[in-house]
Design a protein around this ligand. Structure first.
Ligand SMILES: Cc1cc2nc3c(=O)[nH]c(=O)nc-3n(C[C@H](O)[C@H](O)[C@H](O)COP(=O)(O)O)c2cc1C
Length: 359
C-alpha cells in the first residue's frame, strides 16, 4: 500500500510531497485517530519503559522536524509511536531558507535539507497543543533563524520559547545543534551551553519538565574530551538526557553520484549514511555518562535490526524521520514487533535489558 503512495509522492518535489503527506496526516488526525489506535500500535509490557519520570509505551518515537508546527500531533500516537517530538519551534515565526531546500537521495534512502528552521513561532504552536496526551510529547525548541540574534538575545529567545511551550510538554529538547544556520552550532560549545542553561534556569523553575539536548554527529571519531566537558555542564544544570544525533553536513560514503550530490548544495544529511556517526557518539555518551542520562538514539534507523543495534549501543529510546519517507508509517509497527522478537531471541525479557549491552 505504501509503495503506491510513495511512488505518487516521489513524483512531486520533496517539500511538496511533505506538504501533501502532512495534509493527509492532518485529515487522519481529525477523523481517524480512534480507528487507527485500535489497529496499529503494538502494546506489550516488554516494550514499556519508565524514563524521564514518564511512561513510554514503546521505544520508537517521531523525530523532530516532521511535524514542526504540531499540526497533526494527535496522529503520531495512533500510528504506534511510543512518543513524539514536535518542532523545532522558534520563539518568533520564521519562513526559513528559500526553496528548494529539501532533497531526496533514493540510492542512499537519505534526505538532504536546509530548511533553515521554518516555524509558526512558539505562541502559535502552544495554542495548538490542547487536549489529552496518550504518549509523552516532547517539544524541540531552537533559536529563531536570524543570524543577528546572538549572545544574550539568543538566550532570551530560547527562554521565550521555553516559557510558552514547557507548560504543554512532557519534556523539552533544546536543539543546540542545527546545522542549517551559520550560527546554529554555537551552543554546543561548553561555555556557550553553560551560559544558555544558566540563562534558562529561572524559566525552568517556573515550569519544571525534563530537559534534553540535541547534539550534532561528529565529523570523525567522537572528541571524548569535548563530550566530557559538555556532559559536565549538562550534569551541573540537571539535564535529563541527550538526543543523538542531528543531521550531518558530511557527504562521504554515499552511493548517489558525487556530482549529483554536489549540485544539491549545502544542508544536513539524514538517513542510513548518518547511522555510523550517530551510533559512535551515542556509544561514547553512554560510556561517559555511566548510564545516568536518558539517551535517545536517532539517525538512519530504518529496521528492527537497526533499532535493536542502537538500543544495544546505549539508547533507551529511539526516533525516526527519514525512514518514514522511504518505508511509510507501517515501519513503526514492524520495528516494535521486530524488537520483541530480537529481545526474545537473545533471551531477554524486556527492551530495557538490551540498553548498552554493546556500548
Ligand atoms: C527535513 C528534515 C527536517 C528536520 N528538522 C529538524 C528540526 O527542526 N529540529 C531538529 O532537532 N531536527 C530536525 N531534523 C533532524 C531529525 O530530527 C533527525 O535528527 C535526523 O533526521 C536523523 O534521523 P533520521 O535519519 O531518522 O532522519 C530534521 C530532519 C529532516 C530530514
Amino acid at each position: 500500500m505504501y509503495a503506491l503512495i510513495r511512488s505518487l509522492l516521489f513524483r512531486l518535489e520533496a517539500e511538496q510531497a511533505h506538504a501533501v503527506a502532512m495534509l493527509g496526516a492532518r485529515v487522519l488526525a481529525a477523523c481517524a485517530v480512534p480507528l487507527l489506535r485500535r489497529l496499529l500500535p503494538v502494546r506489550h509490557p516488554a516494550l514499556e519503559q519508565r524514563r524521564l519520570g514518564l511512561l513510554f509505551p514503546g521505544p520508537v518515537g517521531l523525530a523532530a522536524g516532521l511535524d514542526k508546527d504540531a499540526r497533526a500531533w494527535p496522529l503520531w500516537e495512533a500510528l504506534g509511536f511510543g512518543f513524539c517530538e514536535i518542532g523545532s519551534v522558534s520563539a518568533r515565526p520564521c519562513a526559513g531558507n528559500p526553496r528548494p531546500r529539501l532533497f531526496r537521495l533514493p540510492a542512499d534512502q537519505a534526505l538532504v535539507n536546509r530548511l533553515g528552521l521554518p516555524s509558526d513561532g512558539a505562541m502559535a504552536v502552544a495554542a495548538r497543543l490542547q487536549g489529552p496526551r496518550r504518549v509523552p510529547l516532547g517539544i524541540n525548541v531552537a533559536k529563531t533563524h536570524d543570524p543577528a540574534l546572538c549572545g544574550l538575545a539568543a538566550i532570551e529567545d530560547f527562554c521565550h520559547s521555553y516559557r510558552c511551550l514547557a507548560p504543554r510538554a512532557d519534556y523539552v529538547t533544546l536543539n543546540v545543534s542545527c546545522p542549517n544556520t551559520p550560527d546554529g552550532r554555537t551552543f554546543e560549545e561548553p561555555a556557550a551551553l553553560e551560559a544558555l542553561l544558566s540563562g534558562l534556569a529561572p524559566a525552568r523553575r517556573e515550569a519544571p519538565v525534563p530537559l534534553l539536548l540535541k547534539l550534532s554527529p561528529p565529523a570523525g571519531p567522537p572528541d571524548l574530551g569535548h563530550l566530557a566537558e559538555l556532559l559536565a555542564v549538562a550534569r551541573a544544570f540537571d539535564v535529563a538526557g541527550l538526543v543523538i544525533a542531528n543531521t550531518t553536513p558530511a557527504r562521504d560514503g554515499l552511493r548517489t553520484p558525487a556530482e549529483q550530490v554536489r549540485r544539491l548544495g549545502p544542508g544536513g544529511l539524514s538517513g542510513p549514511p548518518l547511522a555510523a556517526r550517530a551510533e559512535a557518539l551515542l556509544r561514547a555518551a553512554y560510556r561517559l555518562s555511566d548510564g545516568r542520562l536518558t539517551l535517545i538514539g536517532v539517525g538512519g534507523i530504518d529496521s528492527a535490526e537497526a533499532a535493536y543495534r542502537r538500543l544495544r549501543a546505549g539508547a533507551s529510546l529511539l526516533q525516526l524521520y527519514t525512514a518514514l519517507v522511504y518505508h511509510g508509517p507501517g515501519l513503526v509497527r514492524s520495528i516494535h514487533r521486530g524488537l520483541l522478537a530480537l529481545v526474545r531471541r537473545d533471551g531477554l525479557d524486556h527492551v530495557a535489558q538490551a540498553v548498552g549491552l554493546d556500548a
